[in-house]
Design a protein around this ligand. Structure first.
Ligand code: CO
Length: 292
């Protein structure tokens, strides 16, 4: 069993997250600015005593994840299927949640990922295999006539590590991992009316420190100092000084110092919905920490 003080930090992160998420959802409207919503989310997290565990992801329509506005982004919401994926950490202990706001007219696609998440959570307790969770998620989404996104998965959470083992599949798999009491995991079904598979698109706004190396170029050394603030968590270009940023980031990427998170898009251009909560595994169930 995990230290109670640590679990309290996870719960604190989850509470901040639940509050920020519900305030953010009200700001996602046709004609509203994506950049304003992202900054509202990240600033609210800091005001409440947490830190963003990763940049506020605002992915629309056939984008599944890793989209976030650039520092001078002028995009406004249209009649989009909007996924807000938000993370908070308290001293490195992360809570992760996502919600779909449908500004178009596809309520059943939104419901499919929500029901899949609910059914998965009902099943979760110590001793359950991640394979059983994946099967329930796939069945639930199929019942709505949609597909899960097969190559996206939920994940464990560790201190300053957003994607830790075990992976929580969104589809039937042969071999799972048995969940243990005290594990902290994020479950995040994605449902689509497309092919059920995503690939990396052309745009990257989000990166993560991959490996610290000594860097000669002074500008790169300076940028690396700024990046180190985010430890091993994802950050975005928007959070960094903008001077020669693209040039220097490319160099760090080529050296393997940072790794990119390109926007992920549905292969057939299908719409994608997503629902996500973070839970702490208990002997007879689980505690959802990202719910008010
Ligand atoms: Co997640």
């Amino acid at each position: 069993m995990m230290d109670n003080e640590i679990l309290d930090k996870y719960r604190r992160a989850g509470k901040i997250l639940a509050e920020v998420r519900s305030a953010a959802v009200n700001r996602v409207k046709v004609g509203a600015s994506l950049l304003e919503v992202a900054e509202f989310v990240e600033n609210s997290i800091r005001e409440q005593g947490g830190q963003p565990a990763f940049p506020c992801n605002i992915s629309r329509n056939d984008e599944a994840a890793h989209a976030t506005p650039s520092s001078n982004d002028k995009s406004l919401f249209g009649e989009d299927m909007v996924k807000l994926d938000i993370g908070v950490h308290v001293e490195g202990y992360i809570a992760d949640t996502a919600v779909t706001v449908d500004l178009g007219d596809n309520p059943e696609l939104v419901e499919a990922s929500e029901v899949a998440l609910k059914n998965a959570i009902q099943l979760i307790r110590a001793g359950v295999s991640t394979a059983d969770i994946g099967a329930v998620i796939e069945e639930s989404i199929n019942e709505f006539g949609y597909k899960p996104v097969a190559n996206l998965a939920g994940h464990g959470l560790d201190r300053y590590v957003q994607h830790a083992p075990p992976s929580i599949p969104n589809r039937r798999v042969e071999h799972g991992i048995i969940l243990r009491e005290g594990d902290v995991i994020a479950i995040e079904p994605f449902a689509t009316n497309g092919a059920g598979h995503v690939s990396e698109g052309g745009i990257t706004e989000i990166y993560r420190l991959e490996k610290l190396k000594s860097v000669r170029l002074p500008a790169a050394r300076k940028l690396l100092e700024d990046i180190k603030e985010y430890k091993t968590l994802p950050f975005t270009k928007r959070w960094l000084p903008q001077t020669r940023l693209n040039f220097v980031l490319k160099q760090l990427e080529a050296m393997g110092v940072v790794c990119p998170y390109p926007v992920l898009k549905e292969d057939a251009g299908g719409l994608i919905s997503q629902a996500e909560h973070t839970v702490i595994i208990e002997s007879d169930g689980c505690q959802i920490i990202t719910m008010l």
